[in-house]
Design a protein around this ligand. Structure first.
Ligand SMILES: [Zn+2]
Ligand SMILES: [Zn+2]
Length: 394
């Protein structure tokens, strides 16, 4: 999808009535009704338990479902899990899977572009947080060409076609059932229904707004996405958004073991009990490489800007980069050894007439590994030249 670059079309975008009414009225109702109810009636612990359960269910359904499963295909889930997540995501009232995922894939593809990114951070906090849904902006009109895989799914088709009915029925029936369990129907609807929905809305919206404004950029500075551990707390781990924009197919967003990413743990747990498979992860060396390249780039920028950097600091940046390059190189060498072993094995077992064919394939693979080794060498050379060049100037 590409949008006509016409500022007028954005300025004159008509109001998107249904989302506008829902998104503007629900926070107001929550702010007024929830304190009133707590003040006049109070609620029992069962209602708070229902609230916590619905927060977790609907929150994880957005992150592990709409986001990491359907939008990014970062793992495969058992049908039971799929339905559980689809139900939770419908309860979250964040539009159909088709709309959510189509918009999100466009966001990744055209990140920060003022015309093509549906929630471009370049249009400011308000636009990227909510306004993109309140008006019918050209960038919000999806043609669904980027979700051919999802369009084949019969259940997702139904959810999209009858989305309004799905939302009303699930919220009335499922929250109503919880109300029967807690024994406080109105309290459950206000706390586990309304308040939960408003909070989940804005925590998700924070990723598009705040997570493109505040935080660090350890992996890339080519876009506005940031790593923000505080936002990760509210968003089931999605705060590590810089990593996510660089390696979007990884099922993890907080990639270090100590980073708070409950969605990653949830998917890992599903995998352990056989309910998820094909978890996609970027290997450690590639991640380290991105990080170190970024550190080196920063050091270079500081030197170019004429900022004071001690020889020690410069040397540290250089050393980190070399050691990452060394790790990557070790991995390449391992690949080369594996290939070599394979070729010996092949020569022993393949029939003479197929040897030629196998040989051609191996030759190609060897050439690829050799090219990789050359690239490592070039990068090390570059790092060294940059360090030397700048240090003699400075
Ligand atoms: Zn994403
Ligand atoms: Zn983003």
């Amino acid at each position: 999808m590409s949008v006509e670059r016409n500022p007028q079309a954005f300025e004159n975008a008509p109001i998107n009535w249904v989302p506008a009414i829902v998104l503007l009225s629900t926070p107001l109702l929550a702010i007024v009704l929830v304190p009133w109810y707590l003040w006049t009636h109070g609620v029992n612990p069962a209602v708070w338990t229902a609230f916590a359960f619905f927060m977790a269910w609907t929150g994880l359904s957005i992150t592990a479902g709409y986001h990491r499963l359907w939008a990014h295909k970062s793992y495969e889930a058992h049908p039971i899990i799929k339905y559980f997540l689809l139900l939770g995501a419908t309860l979250a009232v964040q539009s159909s899977a088709f709309d959510w995922c189509s918009g999100h894939r466009t966001h990744h593809r055209h990140v920060d572009d003022e015309y093509d990114d549906p929630y471009s951070a370049k249009r400011g906090f308000w636009f990227s947080h909510m306004d993109w849904m309140l008006h019918k902006y050209p960038s919000g009109q999806y043609d669904y060409k980027n979700i051919p895989d999802l369009k084949k799914d019969k259940v997702l088709q139904l959810q999209h076609k009858y989305y309004g009915i799905w939302v009303i029925v699930t919220n009335v029936v499922v929250v109503g059932l919880a109300g029967l369990l807690t024994g406080d129907m109105l309290g459950t609807f206000l706390i586990a229904g309304l308040l939960r929905m408003v909070l989940t809305h804005h925590f998700t919206f924070f990723i598009n707004s705040l997570c493109h404004m505040f935080g660090t950029r350890p992996y890339t500075d080519e876009n506005t996405a940031r790593d923000n551990p505080i936002l990760a707390i509210f968003t089931w781990g999605e705060g590590y958004h810089n990593y996510h924009h660089y390696f979007q197919y990884d099922y993890r967003n907080g990639v270090k073991w100590w980073q708070y990413d409950p969605t990653k743990w949830f998917i890992g747990l599903l995998h352990k009990v056989g309910l998820a498979k094909e978890l996609k992860r970027v290997d450690d060396v590639t991640i380290k490489h991105a990080e170190v390249t970024m550190q080196f780039k920063r050091a270079q920028e500081r030197i170019t800007k004429g900022e004071e950097m001690t020889l020690d600091e410069r040397f540290m940046a250089f050393k980190d980069r070399i050691s990452a390059e060394y790790e990557a190189f070790t991995q390449t060498v391992e690949e080369w050894h594996a290939l070599k072993a394979k070729s010996v094995e092949l020569k022993r077992t393949e029939f003479a007439n197929r040897l030629h064919e196998a040989d051609e394939k191996l030759k190609e693979q060897f050439a690829q590994v050799e090219a990789k080794i050359l690239a490592h060498g070039e990068r090390i050379e570059n790092a060294y030249l940059q360090l030397k060049g700048k240090s003699t100037q400075g």
